[in-house]
Design a protein around this ligand. Structure first.
Ligand code: GLN
Length: 286
């Protein structure tokens, strides 16, 4: 094969992806990852020759993505979240921008009496790790997940980000209840899609994100029911709850919180697309 310039490789990849109804910008993400370049490198070095080995890997990844629709994050093994790079694989949900909004909301709305928190269903660990890193003073974060493989990924991410998170394997808050642990705040982006909605999901999501991370019984409300009913055993008096929700679940999740914690107020907050995305349960300071 005659050697290609970076520019030629990128042009080929973008049109190949377009021809397969894929996002052409995936080409740039995979190219930068393969070459370990920044965007500035790319702009200034478009006429460089692409090393043969890199071309082979890159062109193979482009065809795999186009043919199987495997998410680009599974090819690169990483996703950016709140300005940090996190390892991901098929055992964890690929972190979403909506969850960055949840984290930002929590950082802005937890009050000074919150010193510790738990992230339930931590997956890649993005929520727990980002909250531990971004809070001042730094929160003591605990995190739970049912999946051992997810916890391995979360631990790897925590180590790399130098975040001291305590991980527990188990269902929702059960491991904390068993160990008698208490926290000042509960945060979770639990599985919230109803099984009967599986058909409406994007193929990439349905095929590649873990089922455990996506779906919940009881019309998608099962995780909230479990977490909220277990919460009184773990949550210190008056501590806030923050949930990511599906866009139709605001009322139902608020009602669950109010039934369990009659003194609490709830707010439903919209995401950047104007869809209900966060429920905040809190007590008004006396
Ligand atoms: N807490 C992780 C995230 O928000 C995983 C969530 C999940 O698997 N439902 O990305």
């Amino acid at each position: 094969m005659t050697s290609k310039t970076i520019h030629e490789a990128l042009t080929w990849a973008s049109s190949f992806l377009e021809a397969h109804q894929c996002e052409p910008k995936v080409a740039e993400i995979l190219l930068l990852h393969e070459l370990n370049w920044t965007k500035t490198d790319l702009i200034t070095r478009l006429r460089d020759t692409m090393p043969e080995a890199d071309w082979l890997t890159f062109s193979k990844q482009i065809s795999t993505h186009a043919e199987t629709k495997v998410p680009v994050q599974h090819l690169t093994g990483v996703e950016n979240f709140y300005g940090r790079s996190f390892h991901v694989n098929q055992h964890v949900l690929i972190p979403r921008p909506e969850t960055e909004e949840l984290v930002q909301y929590v950082l802005q709305h937890m009050n000074n009496s919150v010193h510790s928190g738990v992230d339930i269903g931590t997956g890649s660990g993005v929520i727990a790790i980002t909250l531990a890193k971004e809070s001042r003073p730094s929160l003591k974060m605990l995190a739970t997940d049912l999946s051992e493989q997810a916890l391995q990924m979360a631990q790897r991410n925590a180590d790399e980000q130098q975040a001291a998170i305590t991980f527990y394997q188990g269902s929702f808050l059960e491991p904390l209840i068993m160990e008698g642990k208490k926290v000042d705040m509960i945060v979770s982006n639990p599985p919230y899609i109803a099984y009967q909605e599986a058909d409406t999901l994007d193929e990439t999501v349905r095929l590649f994100d873990p089922e455990l991370a996506l779906f919940a019984k009881e019309n998608g409300l099962y995780a909230y029911q479990q977490i909220i009913s277990q919460a009184p055993q773990v949550l210190n008096e008056g501590g806030p709850l923050f949930f990511e929700i599906g866009h139709t679940q605001g009322e139902a999740v608020s009602a669950l919180i109010q039934a369990q914690f009659p003194a609490y107020q709830t707010n439903v907050i919209q995401d950047i697309n104007g869809k209900d995305r966060i429920v905040h349960g809190y007590i008004i300071d006396p």
